[in-house]
Design a protein around this ligand. Structure first.
Ligand code: ADP
Ligand code: MG
Length: 690
């Protein structure tokens, strides 16, 4: 249950004076539904108000403070605004414009008087004007006008001033809550208390410490939730998976290669976890091509040996099919039954699958999210492997843990190496294994950065590769976040051009909008070598494995995230021969973009790229926009996360492990309130019942 003292903050925003249905709708567009959302709607920046003695010294677009004399007022009507004509000290005229005025302007700007006004200076023809000045005061009250001003994210029809007013109102509802963070730490940072920090973050003068404190709160909530979940999970009895190595031994014997030291170490760590009766929560990090599949399969075989079932979740249909094919291949002769379940298995086939799963006739199930839907019952799910890219959030992981009576062991694999600080905030409840060693004999991919100007040369060099029987990927630019249709259009244009040049039977295309079977068919014919040039959007980003492909061309590479480029590049260099990755860039790109491409060109080490990317642009791509709302941050920015995650972790440990946590710590009520405010409260009921 939500602590009662938070009720004023969880009240809908239309309990604030002046918020009617229309304003409510506008606020909803900004994600503001409750009073809480208003107080955490923080300014994106603070702009200075510039005091000018004369209008001539101001620039259009600036927010100014100027002294003016009113000489004429032209009243408006329903259609025309009221225009107040003024001059500055030097006699330069300007107009103050008021829409739907109803006599207000006359009241605050009497004719013949001098006033200090402030607002954004605009030009209208050759006239200077300020529409709805933010402040109009007498000379004596001149210092009432703030020197700086918070600027809020806005939506159409909602002014900064209006929103600022609502927020000021909302701030009055802040309840009195005790300090939830470690008092010593807060004091050592000289940070204000929460209530003060909120006020200061909204105030006119930009207070960095206040904002940082608020970010810390959010990270603390996150860390407490993660660690609390970990504690709760540890307390639940899982199922100790012990068995002879019968299947694992056969599997090893069948492998055409020797496992790397890193693979051996990870397998040992996992098998160790599985043998304990607390459910495993482990993250397996390994760069593209580091051999995560073999590790996962060894873990799944242990589950099967011990008489249980294993499920493997892939982020896309394409990957699920590929995993299924790989696993089936690796499992031949072992007598292990492996099936696939995605949105495409329908009707009688699906019903039959459900029945076989429930009867324990399937040992290993591979699929998309369908495999964890409510309709699916396992006879005895002992291990869940999640192969993904941060798309399976904390709450989903926990839901999975509590789904079965006996919670399954969970292994999460990330295809993108993640810097340590981010691992802490995204996967903080998990133990970690790292595949920091590549299988031997890999020739590193050679990466070149080339201007898009030279497209025709690049087409020709792709042509030479095709003529000699080679295979290549051609990745089309990202259009906009989530604009799948746009990406498709871009890919189609390129597809048409390349088909014309190389012929229909050589060039194929896959994109995210394509129906699954069609996509699979194209991929299959690329894998078989019928199609040898594959035009694609980023659907091929993760996991796709065609060792014969040795050329990767990426258009407008500067628009991709570094981790994504690294993933894409990882599609080649999987076979014997030397592979090349061509990063095409716009003829003119920014300094930062240039540095980023240089970085990619300079190294093949995914861990290094992840760390440097974080330093270079704050890791936004790893944390932010591409993932679902869950587990994302409202206040904390990548920079805060980098600098504060460790402290928040230490604070959370202090609270949970030394002070007695939600049972006994003196700050337990405050902490519970904090978790509710940041929607990390899913951890709380778990704790109470555990
Ligand atoms: P990841 O999923 O980590 O990107 P995969 O599991 O798909 O990598 O492995 C990439 C390729 O490397 C596969 O073709 C696999 O057969 C091969 N591979 C895996 N482990 C080894 C090893 N120890 N020695 C040689 N090749 C390996
Ligand atoms: Mg993989």
């Amino acid at each position: 249950m939500r602590p009662e003292l938070l009720n004023p903050l969880f009240a809908p925003c239309d309990t604030i004076d002046g918020v009617g249905p229309r304003l409510k709708k506008q606020l909803a567009k900004l994600g503001i539904e409750r009073v809480l959302d208003l107080i955490y709607h923080l300014p994106v920046q603070h702009i200075p108000r510039i005091r000018v003695a004369r209008l001539a010294s101001a620039m259009v677009g600036q927010v100014i403070i100027a002294e003016v004399m009113v000489f004429q007022i032209d009243d408006g009507d329903g259609r025309r605004p009221t225009r107040v004509r003024v001059t500055d000290a030097a006699g330069r005229p300007a107009t103050l414009v008021y829409f739907h005025d109803r006599g207000y302007a006359r009241k605050i700007l009497p004719r013949g008087e001098t006033r200090i006004v402030s607002g954004r200076l605009e030009s209208y023809g050759d006239q200077l004007q300020i529409v709805h000045p933010d402040h109009v005061v007498t000379q004596q009250n001149s210092d009432e006008i703030p020197e700086r001003e918070p600027v809020y994210p806005l939506t159409e029809g909602l002014t900064n001033k209006r929103l600022g007013g609502l927020i000021a109102n909302a701030l009055e509802r802040i309840p009195d809550i005790d300090e939830w963070a470690d008092g010593n730490f807060i004091a050592s940072q000289q940070w204000p208390c929460w209530a003060n920090a909120l006020e200061k973050a909204h105030a006119a003068d930009n207070d960095a410490a206040a904002r940082t404190r608020l970010a810390y709160d959010e990270l603390l909530a996150n860390q407490v939730a993660l660690l609390a979940m970990r504690q709760a999970a540890r307390k639940r009895r899982g199922r100790a998976l012990k068995a002879d190595d019968r299947l694992i031994t056969q599997f090893r014997a069948k492998l055409p290669y020797r496992l790397t030291g890193a693979q051996e170490r990870s397998i040992a760590e996992i098998i160790g976890d599985l043998a304990a009766d607390a459910p495993m929560l482990r993250l397996l990090q390994g760069d593209v091509g580091s051999g995560k599949t073999a590790v996962a399969l060894a873990a799944m075989l242990r589950a099967v040996e011990a008489g249980g079932q294993a499920a493997m979740l892939a982020p896309t249909e394409l990957l699920a099919r590929q995993h299924h094919a790989t696993l089936t291949d690796m499992l031949t002769g072992l007598g292990v039954r492996c099936a696939i379940l995605t949105g495409r298995e329908k009707g009688a086939k699906r019903t039959a699958l459900y029945a076989e799963l429930a009867a324990g006739q399937i040992d290993i199930l591979v699929g998309t999210h369908a495999i964890f839907q409510d309709a699916v019952t396992y006879k005895d799910l002992a291990l869940a492997v999640i192969d993904e890219q941060h798309r399976f959030g904390v709450n989903q992981r926990m839901a999975l843990m509590s789904k079965a009576k006996v919670p399954p062991h969970v292994l999460v694999m990330t295809a993108t190496p993640i810097p340590r600080t981010l691992t802490l905030t995204q996967f903080g409840e998990m133990d970690e294994s790292r595949l920091d060693q590549m299988p031997p004999g890999r020739v590193p991919v050679e990466t070149r950065v080339i201007s898009q100007d030279r497209l025709s040369e690049i087409v020709e060099s792709a042509g030479r590769l095709l003529d000699s029987g080679g295979r290549a990927y051609w990745v089309c630019p990202l259009v906009e976040e989530g604009n799948g249709a746009g990406e498709q259009a871009a890919a189609e244009t390129r597809f048409a051009l390349l088909k014309k040049r190389f012929g229909d039977d050589v060039v194929g295309m896959v994109h995210g909008q394509m129906p699954g079977p069609e996509k699979d068919a194209v991929m299959a014919s690329f894998a078989a070598g019928d199609i040898r040039l594959l035009v694609a959007t980023t659907v091929i980003e993760v996991g796709v494995n065609v060792p014969e492909a040795t050329l990767m061309i990426i258009e407008q590479a500067e628009r991709f995230g570094l981790a994504q480029l690294h993933q894409l590049r990882g599609r080649v260099g999987r076979g014997e021969g030397k592979s090349v990755c061509l990063l095409l860039r716009a003829p003119e790109i920014s300094e930062t973009a240039r540095d980023r491409l240089k970085l990619i060109r300079g190294t093949n080490d995914g861990f290094e790229i992840a760390e440097k990317d974080l330093a270079l642009r704050g890791g936004g791509e790893l944390l932010g926009t591409r993932q679902s709302g869950e587990g994302s941050y409202r206040v904390a920015r990548p920079d805060d996360i980098m600098h504060l995650a460790d402290s928040a972790r230490a604070d959370a440990k202090l609270f949970l492990e030394h002070e007695g946590g939600f049972q006994a710590s003196p700050r337990r009520d405050a902490m519970r309130a904090l978790l509710y405010m940041f929607e990390r409260d899913t951890a709380v009921p778990l704790l109470q019942s555990g």
